[in-house]
Design a protein around this ligand. Structure first.
Ligand code: BGC
Length: 781
């Protein structure tokens, strides 16, 4: 585990002041740069040592058979794995005749800084070769937010105390050797040499490699161009072969003299475009980047991020670690989604191969809320991607004998890749999660064009699924049986409360949207009878509640199950799914991740305040948080029901998930949903923001430790700033037409230039419920 203090605590950057090879894999994830289209892990420039080399392109994957000992109808037969594509970040260095490899010689200093305001990854190091030649290397790396196919590196080597011959090899390398991966199911499959060469070229300073994948049949081109600045002795040459393009520069440097290489890399890929078309695409992108120049790319990056921070920054006074962590989180979520553009936002973004690069409900439930209020156009793009995958989702529904669309539990291109039914396809709630993201986006932006073109279709097809999956009983109640809710330690349950409430909202939203857009609805075959069926099902939706206990059940009969033997489960046996059989987890009360508690957050208006408090107290001692998606949700509900200190502990867990490697798998890539959960915890937890009424609702409450929390929300073309201190909150409309909001039930109309201040009620200090032994979140003191 990385100690969090591996990184200096600074408000706007992540600084690592020495290189620790034991945690190289984690730092490669943390220092990833990406724009959602192209992603480079934070591998060292010279390629080695490395833990997991990673260059990823959104959607580029290879297919492989999913074998079953006993096949069954409807099992997905083909898996998909995001692949490590051509590495364009490689820059090798020879110092006199010694390879610059930090495992040899003496590393005098090594610092890496991810600057969250400029979007640049800097590295400075000083190294003495085994024969005593010292060089200083400075590099800066970016993946451009403004030119989505472009990544670039500025690399400088300086002779320190003696005349030194240096040779720099700037490369494109395909089919890099990958390390063997362990048996953890959350780790991705390592597919070896899956890029088949099609073309290679090296002309002057330009390099190009084109490959394709055998089974998924995608064509991938990478090209690089260079600018060189060095002394008179500088010479260069280039060459290429199937899997390597190499541009070599040599120079003799006097002490203090430098050789500088600016490397521009472009990527292009397609499942349908021809070789000449993809080749021209990367050449054109490269020419564009060359015209912009290195400094131009750096300036554009800054300008893009200035805009983002203006609308999305969160200020946290009183806890410098959380301040840093939340900016780190916002930055990485932006990196995952900003230019994904009609492709998915995977659970790990483009930072590692964990979960095979698949996208899950993580996107719609955790990532898109943040982006809705900070970068709404990314949300429209992500939901367009879902819309583009509707043909596969409809086909899956037909295969399962259902109507409408069944969206995949995990996927890259829209096809179901989960070979395990109970924790895969049975998690039908993903359909309602997508619908909720559609509804939230439309609600928050008023984008009627999107509603007409995308919203109607997604809402109608997801509603159809629920109507065909559920049934009315003889008394008219509507039930949805045999599904898996968010808690994956419970499977194939009847009437999962979360699923039913979310499905109900989905059905209602579909009926409403069909009424607002009759033409689009008619084109999808919706008639009045069908819409009435949706409304009836929503109205009659069953929500399991045990009167005797005054409790909601996670699913029908849940509270009657035996309780997991927490007392006899030592802490090293968590996560439970790696140490106990699912059959045993499934038949006990033990909650992997917030499920009923998530329902109370996202469908809060379906619960009374006292029910929320009782439910929270009941489920808290059962919830083990074996998923990184849990802490932020528990933070929100702990804050709402009055356990503000506990909420703050949960916030710390969500915020430090990757910086402190809490789940010990940051090496496989960042937990993008948990990073987004930092925003969820602060904005929905301590800001108390909810969006299920007519207007945005706030009920702020700060933990003792924080003296101030300020965040912005983009809402219907306005920018609202919420600034909370221990005793009051000020709402400021920064731009736009007057806006109505609710402060704990009081509706306030805000106008530009007239901030409104209201008192903040001190939280009632209730005795906090206990967690299962050993599973208490680390107290933030
Ligand atoms: C969680 C899922 C989540 C997936 C990817 C699993 O461990 O239980 O809810 O979607 O990880 O993050």
């Amino acid at each position: 585990m990385i100690s969090h203090y591996a990184y200096a605590v600074e408000p706007w950057c992540l600084r690592e002041t020495e290189l620790n090879l034991d945690v190289l894999a984690q730092s490669e994830s943390v220092f990833s740069v990406s724009n959602g289209h192209v992603g480079w892990r934070g591998n060292l420039d010279e390629g080695e040592p490395h833990a997991l080399p990673g260059s990823y392109l959104n959607g580029v994957h290879e297919q492989h058979p999913l074998p079953y000992a006993e096949a069954g109808y409807g099992f997905p037969e083909s898996g998909q794995t995001m692949i490590n594509v051509t590495n364009g970040k490689l820059i090798r260095l020879l110092v006199d005749d010694e390879p610059f490899d930090l495992r040899y010689g003496r590393l005098r200093s090594h610092e890496r800084v991810l600057d969250l305001r400029t979007g640049l990854l800097h590295r400075v190091c000083e190294w003495t070769s085994p024969v005593g030649k010292t060089v200083r290397v400075r590099s800066t790396r970016l993946v451009s937010f403004t030119q989505r196919a472009i990544a670039a590196v500025a690399y400088e080597v300086e002779a320190v105390d003696a005349r030194t011959s240096v040779v720099v090899q700037s490369e494109l390398v395909a089919n890099e050797q990958l390390p063997a991966l362990g048996g953890d199911p959350r780790v991705g499959a390592a597919l070896k040499s899956c890029l088949r060469p099609e073309e290679h070229a090296a002309v002057d300073m330009r390099l190009r490699l084109v490959h394709h994948t055998a089974a998924s049949n995608q064509r991938i081109a990478a090209a690089a161009d260079h600018e060189v600045r060095g002394p008179g002795s500088t010479r260069s040459s280039s060459e290429s072969a199937d899997d390597v393009g190499r541009f070599t520069v040599s120079a003799d440097l006097d002490p203090g003299e430098t050789l500088r290489i600016e490397k521009f890399v472009s990527y292009g890929w397609s499942g349908i475009r021809s070789l000449p078309a993809v080749r021209d695409q990367v050449e054109a992108a490269l020419t564009g980047a060359r015209n912009t120049g290195w400094q131009g790319l750096v300036d554009q990056q800054r300008e893009y991020l200035d805009g983002f921070w203006h609308r999305a920054d969160i200020e946290v006074d009183g806890d410098a670690e959380i301040q840093q962590a939340v900016r780190f989180a916002l930055f990485h979520v932006l990196q995952a989604g900003s230019r994904a553009e009609q492709r998915s936002i995977p659970a790990k973004g483009l930072t590692g191969s964990g979960y095979d690069g698949h996208a899950f409900w993580d996107t719609e439930t955790f990532v898109l809320p943040l982006l809705t209020y900070a970068s709404p156009n990314c949300v429209a793009e992500a939901l367009h991607w879902r819309q583009n995958t509707l043909p596969a989702a409809r086909a899956r529904a037909r295969q399962l004998g259902l109507r409408g669309a069944v969206f995949p539990w995990r996927t890259i291109d829209g096809a179901e890749c989960s070979g395990y039914w109970p924790a895969g396809t049975a998690a039908f709630h993903i359909n309602a999660d997508i619908a909720a993201a559609v509804v939230r986006y439309i609600w928050a932006t008023g984008d009627t064009d999107f509603e007409r073109r995308t919203g109607v279709e997604l809402l109608v097809e997801t509603a159809r699924l629920w109507h065909s999956l559920g049934h009315h009983d003889s008394g008219g109640r509507f039930h949805i049986d045999g599904v898996t809710g968010p808690d994956e330690y419970s499977a194939l349950a009847n009437d999962n409360t979360y699923t039913n409430l979310m499905a109900g909202a989905n059905l209602r939203a579909a009926a409403e949207v069909a009424a607002r857009h009759p033409e689009q609805a008619a084109a999808l075959g919706v008639d009045e009878e069908e819409a009435a069926g949706w409304r009836d099902a929503a109205k009659a939706m069953s929500v399991p509640y045990v009167n005797a206990l005054g409790l909601h059940e996670q699913s029908a009969g849940y509270t009657g199950l035996d309780v997991w033997d927490f007392a006899d489960t030592p802490r090293e046996l968590y996560p439970l799914m790696l140490h106990f059989p699912y059959f045993d987890l499934y038949r006990k009360q033990v909650v992997k991740q917030a499920d009923l508690v998530l329902a109370m957050y996202l469908c809060g208006d379906a619960f009374e305040a006292d029910q929320k408090a009782r439910n929270f107290a009941y489920y808290e001692p059962l919830t083990v948080r074996d998923s990184s998606l849990s802490a932020c949700v528990q933070c929100v509900m702990a804050a709402e029901v009055g356990h503000v200190r506990l909420a703050f502990d949960y916030l710390g867990e969500a915020a430090l998930m990757d910086l402190a490697d809490l789940e010990k798998n940051t090496r496989d890539g960042l937990h993008i949903a948990s990073l987004a959960g930092t925003w969820v915890g602060l904005v929905a937890g301590f800001g108390g923001m909810r969006d299920h009424g007519d207007v945005l609702y706030f009920a702020p409450r700060l933990p003792e430790r924080l003296s101030r929390l300020a965040f912005s929300v983009l809402i219907r073309q306005r920018c609202l700033r919420v600034d909370i201190t221990g005793s009051q909150v000020t709402y400021t409309l920064r731009e736009g037409e007057p806006l109505r909001i609710s402060h704990g039930g009081e509706v306030i109309t805000l106008s530009e230039g007239s901030p409104q201040t209201r008192p903040v009620e001190p939280p009632t200090a209730l005795p906090a419920p206990a967690q299962p032994p050993g599973r208490r979140p680390e107290p933030r003191r």
